[in-house]
Design a protein around this ligand. Structure first.
Ligand SMILES: [Zn+2]
Ligand SMILES: [Zn+2]
Length: 184
């Protein structure tokens, strides 16, 4: 009998069309065990990442680019804080992510079509200088990379129904702002 998947135990949505089962690896960012349906191995940067950390990683990367100048992003998602000395934590990884396929290597595949559509919608929202206050930092012409990463994080967290307590605080804010704008 294999290890239990953290995300299966909590009945979180699967992320990639695979079947849930025994955990196949520990998330490099938060350490939870995740099955094939709740985790993803990155071919370029070999690491297993769980479905909770993936949108958070995109968020931290978006914040890093927003503040680039090289200041490390602050804040971690809830109590899933990676140890600060970990060479592969969120903040260390973020500078190497400038587009979605740096994290999801098969992002061009058909299964992601819905995500791309939602990203397109969110980019229009994020570029709006009169848009939600929480998202206004992403509207500027020099925030293109950050805007794309933030839109991807929101789209993925929405599609996967990620519970808000698993989200980075910036992602929580952005999700609320995007939802209010969408349905308000
Ligand atoms: Zn699972
Ligand atoms: Zn994780």
């Amino acid at each position: 009998m294999g290890a239990n998947c953290y995300l299966c135990e909590r009945s979180y949505d699967t992320i990639n069309g695979q079947s849930p089962g025994d955990a196949v690896g520990a998330c490099k960012l938060c350490g939870v065990f995740a099955c094939l349906a709740h985790g993803m191995r990155n071919a370029n940067d070999p690491a297993y990442v769980c479905g909770c950390c993936l949108p958070n990683l995109l968020t931290v990367a978006a914040l890093w680019h927003l503040r680039s100048g090289g200041v490390s992003p602050q804040g971690s998602p809830g109590d899933r804080q990676p140890s600060p000395e970990s060479p592969s934590g969120f903040a260390q990884w973020a500078p190497r992510i400038s587009k979605l396929d740096d994290v999801i290597t098969d992002i061009a595949d058909e299964q992601w079509a819905e995500i791309h559509q939602y990203i397109e919608y969110l980019l229009k929202l994020l570029v709006d200088r009169d848009g939600p206050t929480a998202l206004r930092a992403f509207a500027g012409p020099d925030a293109v990379v950050a805007r794309n990463l933030m839109a991807a994080a929101i789209a993925i967290a929405t599609k996967w129904n990620l519970p808000s307590h698993e989200m980075h605080p910036m992602l929580q804010q952005a999700m609320q702002a995007a939802v209010v704008n969408r349905y308000g």
